[in-house]
Design a protein around this ligand. Structure first.
Ligand SMILES: [Zn+2]
Length: 806
């Protein structure tokens, strides 16, 4: 059909093209472009009839697109339905996904032309779109593949449907319908909901005789979440239209097994992580002790041979895949077996790599002997993400590799290179393609910048066409408003990375923003280029990198002006204004954060006076040095409406040339119930004790931080950024528990940091401080000195100044 322009106000545009009359080569230019460009090359019917086989340059190229002979198929003429939608899919294959697609087929043809094509079940004699036509041979097609054949009085659509492996579905026919809607009706779905759809208007829908065949490059194209309270009611539908599915048969059960403490905690404590104080952390397995592999094998035998699910605990294997995926925290077992394999220099993503990979290798060798049809699926993550040296796997291991920084950060060449090296390493070690677990919610949680990174996405999948089976995209909420073009390109590249990203961007702006298209295109280009082309200090995400390098003050001012200009240009166009509002909300947050960074005056500073002598670290805060220190008060971390704490916390600090002493006082009506079962160091569960946390940007450069978590026993967790292998040497901490409070003194020596600005009058650090009241849990309260009322506490945007004075 002919693509002109779209309008919600006037869906019944005059008939603008008739494939039997039109000759696109002779048509007058529209809006200064040739009609062919204006038509966006959708126009399958029109252009094909006149010029053979076109392609819409903003869509991925199909594997086959062949012009057939004969007259075109007239589905709608002059706004009148001339065809029927005949569904010939067997009942057992008429999945909810396909039913949704058939409804969409009817809905979007009507939206485009005004004509409602009736839907019938079974054969139809007359002009029809036939859904599930068996003569196209869907069962012989590749998984998720489809064909569209327009010939005679029929448009036949069919694909590979049904279960292709245990719990693994193929939805080829549905994807054929969506391809038809995109390629032949000209529809695009850029974000969830009606306003995210672009539906060109025409009173005709006439399809030239053609055969289209296609199948995805990647079978794993899963975007999450598609339902639940954190997304809109339209998100799941949108994901279906983006052909989101996981048709790869090897299925991971993330963070599995669960429930082992109840089953094995008492009799097999050695299967659980040993803390530095000798106690066991039952929330994490010990992957070094031989008993853990034995237990895994016993539970597998019970599960496979006796059908006993209870032995495994929660999240049992799916299909033929046996999961190794530790619980959601860093691995830090201190037992002798694990420490032998520990890599102290392994860095943020590697200290425990050898521990878990050795476990995987040992398990996989036994699995190969006993259940040769099974695959061990392993999720490298956290401090065991990097490929380990000196480990060999048998050939039954597959890896689902976490892209820990988040795909958006692959724009930094150093990050892209190390991520690629890791992918290549895992491909070599396993001898097969990897699956990816990717984050769209990281680093989204660390900045409100409305960055876009479509070229980064395209490059990743082009490079890894033969190395990955695709991705699970881990979001947290409906992030289409902020990341829409990136996510759209992401889903398209998972279908086929041979995507012309520039054509997508141009089409998106032209279709969606009417008179403001040019202005939005400039705005989008700034969102993309600011992110993709900037290079951050140390290749590290930080407020400085985002707001001084990627999007400096003048860029933000220009982007604000462009958004305002776009709104003016779109005046009177209700649909375009709604779309601008949709984009505008995350942009407003972005602009506000940029302003906040520039001013950063609304943070409560911690003023640190010099002390004549270092206070004794006994938790009592009674030395004379404390008398001159200025006290600051915490507020609730995320409760903007009600920021006053129920259990007040105050903080003060003093410095000497050798270091800084921090003093905390926590109101606590039930100090006997303080949760304080951790004695040792670097316990990843320290945060679930009553604790205070210190985030210290000791360079004052706002590019990184050190983290300390300290509980009422004075037990310390210390890390440099995400790297737990850093130790704060020389730190001393002591708590004092009073009748209705507990207090804490922490001395942090300057010598513990390689890069600290030494305290002196006028010197400045940045940082933040938190208290997590766990205690009796009535109620739990999470507090910060400074907060943006959102995000995690390591969000450097919330950090305030720490100013040293004489
Ligand atoms: Zn261990």
């Amino acid at each position: 059909m002919c693509h002109r322009r779209e309008s919600a106000r006037d869906p019944k545009l005059p008939r603008v093209c008739n494939p039997r009359e039109a000759n696109p080569g002779r048509r007058a230019p529209v809006s200064g472009r040739t009609s062919l460009q204006a038509a966006g090359l959708v126009v399958a019917g029109l252009v094909m009839a006149g010029c053979g086989v076109p392609r819409a340059t903003d869509l991925t190229p199909p594997r086959t697109m062949r012009h057939l002979g004969g007259p075109p198929v007239v589905l709608v003429e002059d706004g009148q339905p001339k065809a029927t939608i005949a569904v010939v899919v067997p009942k057992e294959r008429y999945s909810a996904t396909l039913q949704g697609a058939v409804k969409d087929l009817q809905h979007f043809i009507k939206s485009a032309t005004g004509a409602e094509l009736p839907i019938v079940q079974g054969r139809f004699h007359g002009t029809a779109i036939v859904v599930g036509e068996p003569s196209l041979g869907g069962d012989r097609m590749p998984v998720e593949g489809f064909a569209i054949r327009a010939e005679g009085d029929k448009v036949l659509i069919a694909g590979r449907d049904g279960e292709v492996a245990p719990h693994t579905m193929s939805y080829g026919t549905a994807w054929g319908i969506y391809d038809f809607l995109e390629r032949f009706v000209g529809v695009r779905w850029y974000f969830p909901g009606d306003i995210g759809a672009s539906v060109p208007q025409s009173r005709d829908l006439i399809v030239a005789p053609v055969l289209v065949e296609d199948a995805p490059v990647f079978l794993k194209r899963e975007i999450w979440p598609s339902g639940g309270p954190t997304v809109t009611p339209f998100t799941g539908t949108h994901h279906r239209r983006m052909r989101s599915n996981d048709a790869w048969p090897v299925r991971l059960q993330v963070h599995s097994p669960t429930g082992w403490p109840a089953i094995y905690g008492k009799d097999r404590p050695e299967c659980f992580e040993r803390r530095s104080d000798g106690t066991r952390n039952f929330d994490m397995l010990c992957y070094g002790h031989p008993r853990t592999v034995e237990t895994y094998l016993e539970t597998l035998a019970a599960f496979y041979e006796k059908g006993d699910k209870a032995a495994w605990g929660g999240k049992p294997p799916i299909g033929n895949a046996i999961t190794v995926s530790p619980n959601d925290m860093a691995v830090s077992c201190t037992c002798e077996h694990c420490r032998k394999l520990w890599q102290p220099d392994g860095g943020q993503y590697g200290t425990a790599s050898k521990v878990i990979a050795t476990f995987v290798a040992n398990l996989a060798r036994e699995v190969k002997k006993r259940w040769p049809d099974k695959t061990v699926i392993y999720l490298p993550y956290q401090n065991y993400t990097n490929v380990p040296p000196g480990v060999e796997f048998p050939d039954n291991v597959e890896v689902q590799l976490c892209g820990m920084p988040g795909l958006a950060q692959y724009k930094e060449p150093a990050i892209a290179a190390s991520e690629q090296a890791n992918i290549d390493g895992w491909v070599r070690l396993t001898g097969r393609k990897i699956q990816n677990w990717h984050y769209s919610c990281w680093p989204e949680d660390q900045t409100k910048a409305a960055y876009l990174f479509p070229h980064v996405v395209q490059q990743h999948y082009s490079r890894n066409r033969r190395k990955t089976v695709g991705s699970f995209i881990n979001g947290e909420r409906d992030h289409w408003d902020r990341q829409n073009l990136s996510l759209y390109v992401w889903m398209k590249c998972l279908w086929n990375p041979a995507l012309d990203v520039e054509a997508v961007i141009a089409e998106y702006c032209r279709r969606m923003y009417g008179a403001a298209a040019g202005t939005v295109r400039e705005l989008v280009a700034m969102q993309i280029d600011g992110w993709e082309k900037s290079r951050w200090p140390n290749a590290a995400l930080s407020p400085k990198g985002v707001y001084e390098v990627s999007y400096p003050r003048e860029s933000i001012a220009r982007m604000e002006a462009l958004l305002a200009q776009a709104r003016q240009e779109a005046a009177g166009d209700g649909l375009v204004l709604q779309r601008l509002d949709y984009l505008g909300k995350p942009l407003a947050d972005f602009f506000a954060e940029a302003r906040d960074y520039a001013e950063s005056g609304n943070r409560t500073p911690l003023i640190v006076p010099k002390a004549a002598a270092q206070p004794t670290v006994d938790g009592k805060l009674d030395e004379s040095a404390w008398a001159t220190a200025r006290e600051v008060t915490f507020i609730r971390a995320t409760d903007k409406a009600n920021p006053q704490c129920q259990f007040p916390t105050t903080l003060k600090a003093v410095w000497t040339p050798s270091g800084v002493t921090f003093g905390f006082r926590m109101a606590e009506p039930t100090p006997d119930k303080l949760r304080r079962d951790i004695q040792g160091s670097d316990d990843s569960l320290a945060w679930w004790n009553d604790n205070v946390e210190l985030f210290l940007d000791v360079t004052g450069q706002r590019t990184g931080y050190y983290q300390l978590i300290i509980n009422p026993n004075g037990a310390v967790f210390d890390a440099k950024g995400h790297s737990v292998d850093w130790t704060c040497k020389g730190l001393s901490a002591a708590a004092h528990v009073g009748a209705d409070f507990w207090s804490l003194e922490v001395f942090v020596p300057i010598a513990a940091f390689a890069d600290a600005v030494a305290p002196a009058a006028g010197a400045q650090w940045f940082g933040n401080f938190t208290r997590h009241r766990v205690c009796d849990g009535k109620p739990r309260e999470y507090q910060r000195l400074n907060t943006t009322f959102a995000g995690p506490s390591n969000n450097m945007m919330a950090f305030g100044p720490i100013r040293f004075v004489e």
